[in-house]
Design a protein around this ligand. Structure first.
Ligand SMILES: Cc1cc2nc3c(=O)[nH]c(=O)nc-3n(C[C@H](O)[C@H](O)[C@H](O)COP(=O)(O)OP(=O)(O)OC[C@H]3O[C@@H](n4cnc5c(N)ncnc54)[C@H](O)[C@@H]3O)c2cc1C
Length: 387
């Protein structure tokens, strides 16, 4: 990457610059060379998971006393941007492990739950998944139909979860189910469901447009008995927990989008300098220069919005609107950049020999999961209008 692009670090401290460099080196040397293969084979390599754990990247929100590094959300987004710049499939897997699984157990878990699960998540021994979506209830997740019925010291869960990232590999899944039917989103409870619990099985493996190295599956729950001690947070407060968790998850996806955008800018810059038409580098044509300029502005704006939201979360200050803004802007900017990156590459960009083809496919999901762009606009406008 050109040194001028590397310099765009938007005021990071020395420690964060070091962490960024560590993540960047790993991304360039280990993830990037294998990203295309991972995409084609639709398979997440176990060896990378171990290396990510060894570098501390799976426990960035987990305090040291529970085996993590406890660095927080700003370091997390710095790392996630670098990982996603090389491989968005790896990036989302790491984002889910930190933001959607480790994070809520730190925030809402009992001491016993923290002792049982956090260090295993940080070391990668446990892969985590987060299961709220159902086929009939995506954006309207407060209406989920999976049920949990109290039976003595346990709950019995029945239902079908859709599109669950890392769902087949996961050793631990946070499952949201309705414990108080008829009370809508106020009747939802979160459960820590282990892979070994009888009745939990994997359904369809989705064949996707992008992030094909990330596993996306259906999870089926048939009379799954979950001990009451595995309720995460309070019974009936699961939807609040889900939304609070998604505020953090959205910041992770904003970092993912920033990483894809950075990759688009990097590859487009190199190609535009190299490719000659009409006797000169295409970088000398103003339409190409303007596309590069737009990407550079979008990248800095995405980073700044993402880091602001992460910083607010680390400070324990309100950040629902800011997380939605970061996710909305960065994901749409990543899609603009990916479209222009393919355009700058011409026919070559439409073929698998160049990574921009993958960036174009990977970028799209950032506008959909953890709340679509329409839902982010809803969240932002509600906060602005105070409705
Ligand atoms: C690859 C992938 C990985 C995923 N990983 C996970 C995971 O790990 N865990 C998990 O629980 N879920 C996961 N999901 C689910 C994801 O979060 C949902 O797909 C997403 O929230 C959208 O829900 P939906 O697909 O049902 O779309 P729908 O809710 O049906 O939306 C369809 C369209 O209608 C629009 N729309 C809906 N409601 C409104 C409204 N009120 N106003 C305006 N427009 C609206 C949407 O914006 C969208 O454009 C994943 C999905 C994918 C594709």
């Amino acid at each position: 990457m050109g040194s001028n692009l590397l310099a765009m670090d938007c005021g990071l401290t020395e420690d964060l610059l070091l962490l960024q460099q560590t993540a960047r080196d790993f991304a360039d040397q280990v993830l990037k060379p294998g990203a295309s293969r991972l995409d084609q084979e639709e398979r997440f390599p176990q060896v990378h998971w171990k290396q990510l754990a060894d570098m501390g990247f799976l426990g960035l929100l987990i305090p040291e006393e529970y085996g993590g590094s406890g660095l927080g959300n700003v370091p997390l987004v710095v790392v996630l941007e670098e990982l996603n710049r090389a491989c968005a499939s790896t990036g989302v897997t790491v984002s889910v492990q930190n933001s959607l699984v480790g994070g809520p157990i730190v925030k809402f878990g009992s001491e016993d739950q923290k002792r049982r699960y956090l260090s295993k998540l940080a070391t990668g021994e446990l892969v985590g998944a987060y299961a709220i979506t159902e086929h009939a209830h995506g954006s309207d997740a407060g209406a989920i139909e999976t049920t949990a019925v109290r039976k003595g010291e346990s709950y019995v869960l029945n239902g079908r979860k859709a599109w669950i990232t890392s769902g087949a590999t996961a050793g631990l899944v946070i499952v949201f189910a309705s414990t108080h039917r008829g009370q809508g989103s106020r009747g939802i409870t979160a459960f820590l469901v282990e892979r070994g619990f009888r009745g939990l099985s994997v359904g369809k493996h989705e064949k996707k447009l992008g992030i094909r190295g990330s596993e996306t599956v259906e999870l089926l729950l048939e009379d799954v008995e979950v001990p009451a001690e595995n309720v995460l947070g309070e019974p009936g407060k699961g939807f609040k927990l889900a939304l609070s968790t998604l505020d953090g998850g959205r910041i992770g996806i904003a970092a993912q989008a920033s990483g894809i955008l950075a990759a688009c800018l990097e590859d487009s810059t190199l190609y535009a300098r190299d490719r000659k038409q009409f006797g000169k580098a295409i970088a000398e044509f103003q339409p190409i220069q303007w596309k590069i300029a737009n990407m550079a502005v979008d990248l800095d704006a995405s980073r700044l919005l993402t880091r602001r939201a992460a910083w607010l979360r680390d400070q324990g200050r309100p950040h629902t609107k800011e997380a939605a803004m970061a996710k909305l802007f960065a994901s749409e900017a990543a899609n603009r950049a990916a479209t222009q990156a393919v355009q700058i590459h011409g026919g070559a960009g439409y073929c698998k020999d160049f990574a921009v083809e993958r960036y174009f496919r990977d970028a799209k999901i950032t506008e959909i999961y953890e709340g679509t762009s329409e839902i982010q606009r809803l969240v932002i406008s509600r906060n602005v209008l105070e409705t």
